[in-house]
Design a protein around this ligand. Structure first.
Ligand SMILES: [Zn+2]
Length: 339
């Protein structure tokens, strides 16, 4: 398959040294602007030889911790602080990030389900294609910062994909442990999927992603964890010359869990008002009551009790009260490696 040329133009020349901040021009031909484009922010901070690192956030527009963190990096870091190159896209799905929505209001596209994208496709497909075919080939590493968004809240977590032999890549392990969230979630190898992790595999990049917190806000504790984590990780990688004074070089410990398996998800089995019966960070047992689903419109009806299918650590829970059958209430992790 020949790779088609992207229709997205960059104001930033990624081959130039120094610090550049500009936009990717996303073609957007509409009634009010026939030849118009949308300005997706992008930065390149480059200084000589060293690791070349792609940092993205706002893949889902309602996940804010990463967007704040990467915006701050663009503002505060200069070329003199770097060995190598940082390419930073803080609003990776720009229309979604601008609207504060998980998916794009232009085409309903979920950027993290669109890789490898399409050079001549919808707006979201064009962005995915640009990231996989233009930005990733320029880089050695990619880190895509997610959180729970509007509907979920996480224990701040790093997520790492295992190798095809079920082991952790030693370099990715070192970087994930330098980032040092309280939880490190592992999941199986996949180089075929529509998510950024599979795209990074296809391009041979070292990669991890995060689930930093969520609930449609920025939690100060989770944000500080992430901000210290990114400085420590970039310093460990060798791309950041000096660690800021307020960031300890010693990472706090992390708990590894496996998050792969349908039994580790807990879903609403009917519509109603979600009363959580456990908290984030609790260890739960198989069969333990997880949630009561209430129907205040029928006050005499008993709530339906939903149970966990497996034992594990609650790493993620639903935020909104009003819930429909099929909505995810919790995701739990099991100790990894298994005994
Ligand atoms: Zn996300």
């Amino acid at each position: 398959m020949t790779t088609q040329k992207s229709r997205i133009e960059s104001e930033v020349d990624f081959s130039q040294h120094g610090k550049q901040v500009g936009h990717l021009r996303l073609p957007h031909s509409v009634h009010r602007s026939a030849y118009g484009w949308l300005p997706m922010p992008i930065a390149s901070i480059s200084n000589g030889d060293g690791p070349r690192v792609l940092l993205t956030s706002g893949t889902h527009g309602d996940e804010y911790e990463g967007q704040v963190m990467l915006t701050k990096l663009i503002r505060e870091l200069g070329a003199e602080d770097i060995n190598g190159q940082l390419i930073i896209a803080p609003m990776a799905n720009y229309p979604a990030a601008l609207a504060g929505l998980r998916t794009s209001p232009i085409d309903e596209g979920n950027l993290n389900r669109e890789y490898p994208g399409n050079a001549n496709g919808t707006m979201t497909q064009m962005i995915a294609h640009y990231i996989e075919e233009v930005l990733m080939p320029r880089c050695d590493c990619m880190f895509d910062f997610h959180s729970g968004g509007s509907s979920l809240l996480y224990v701040p977590s790093v997520q790492v994909q295992l190798e095809s032999d079920g082991k952790l890549n030693p370099k990715v392990k070192t970087l994930a442990e330098a980032f040092a969230c309280p939880v490190t979630q592992v999941y199986p190898f996949d180089d075929q999927g529509p998510m950024s992790e599979s795209a990074a595999r296809r391009k041979g990049l070292f990669y991890f992603t995060t689930e930093l917190a969520g609930a449609g806000m920025v939690s100060p504790v989770a944000y500080q964890t992430a901000e210290h984590g990114i400085f420590r990780m970039l310093h460990k990688l060798g791309v950041l010359k000096t660690l800021p004074d307020n960031v300890s070089p010693e990472p706090p410990p992390t708990q590894y869990v496996n998050i792969d398996g349908g039994e580790l998800f807990c879903y609403a089995t009917e519509d109603g008002l979600f009363e959580p019966l456990v908290e984030l960070g609790d260890w739960v047992q198989a069969g333990q009551p997880a949630a009561a689903m209430h129907t205040p419109e029928s006050p005499l009806k008993d709530p339906t009790i939903i149970h966990f299918d497996a034992a594990g650590l609650v790493v993620c829970k639903r935020v909104p009260g009003r819930t429909l059958r099929g909505d995810c209430l919790y995701h739990i992790g099991t100790p990894w490696p298994a005994n």
